[in-house]
Design a protein around this ligand. Structure first.
Ligand SMILES: Nc1ncnc2c1ncn2[C@@H]1O[C@H](COP(=O)(O)OP(=O)(O)OP(=O)(O)O)[C@@H](O)[C@H]1O
Ligand SMILES: [Mg+2]
Length: 225
């Protein structure tokens, strides 16, 4: 059964001369527990698709179903709660809160939802990501790659059903990338998580169960490329 499904998804930015069709009719179905890599050139619509899948931005046309529910039929406040409970995001920009420590950033989504952090589990994530000695630091005191790992830890902390990751290893060396991907796969399997990950890295893409290629806002099916 598919946990994520899009129907005729379109997103148009701007109008007239500046109109950009970022997504031009995307039909995608992702199975429960599946690990999908999304690849495509810069500007092909990958981040736009990920934002729509997570209900961060409303499409111009088309629908997104999560667990069979049409998420854009929800009101904004209900959509926010749904997102917080179901989805872990790792953005291209890390979106860490500068005045909070690394630990506080990691547990923020849990606390926003009124939950209590699972300290042992968060310790395990921090260890695996090589962040144990940085938990009391501020994001500004970390390297880019370390900040990226904090963003990954934050996405994993709530044990979300779906992880949407935009270039999660973009700033990591290949050894650390493999480790981080390994962790995502292991936790994914352990918690039955579905992972949709954008990457430019062919080696990383090969770790996924399926590769979806996007060009000019459309999915390129095998044989059409
Ligand atoms: N907020 C916006 N306003 C106007 N145009 C936008 C906006 N966001 C994205 N676009 C345009 O939509 C298209 C798709 O952008 P998107 O960010 O989805 O690309 P991408 O595949 O993620 O690229 P990259 O690999 O560089 O991150 C691009 O032409 C981009 O310029
Ligand atoms: Mg992008």
């Amino acid at each position: 059964m598919s946990i994520l499904m899009t129907q005729g998804l379109r997103k148009v930015y701007g109008a007239g001369d500046t109109e950009v069709r970022a997504l031009d009719g995307v039909d995608l179905s992702v199975g429960q527990g599946e690990f999908v890599a999304i690849v495509g050139t810069s500007g092909s619509g990958k981040s736009t698709l990920l934002h729509m899948l997570g209900g961060l931005d409303r499409p111009t046309a088309g629908k997104v179903f999560v667990d069979g529910n049409d998420i854009f039929a929800l009101r904004d406040d209900a959509l926010t709660i749904f997102r917080r409970r179901k989805i872990g995001f790792v953005f291209q920009a890390y979106n860490l809160v500068p005045v909070l420590s690394v630990y506080e950033n990691i547990v923020l989504p849990i606390e926003l939802d009124g939950g209590a952090p699972d300290r042992a589990y968060i310790g395990e994530i921090a260890r695996t990501l090589g962040l144990e000695s940085k938990l009391q630091s501020l994001p500004s005191q970390l390297s880019g790659g370390q900040q990226q790992r904090v963003a990954i830890a934050r996405a994993l902390a709530t044990k979300p059903a779906i992880i949407l990751a935009d270039e999660p290893t973009g700033n990591l060396d290949s050894r650390t990338s493999q480790d981080v991907l390994g962790l995502m796969k292991v936790t994914g399997e352990k918690f039955g998580q579905t992972i949709v990950m954008i990457t430019h890295n062919e080696e990383i893409a090969q770790l996924a169960q399926r590769i979806v290629r996007i060009e000019d806002g459309r999915i390129v099916r095998r044989g059409e490329a």
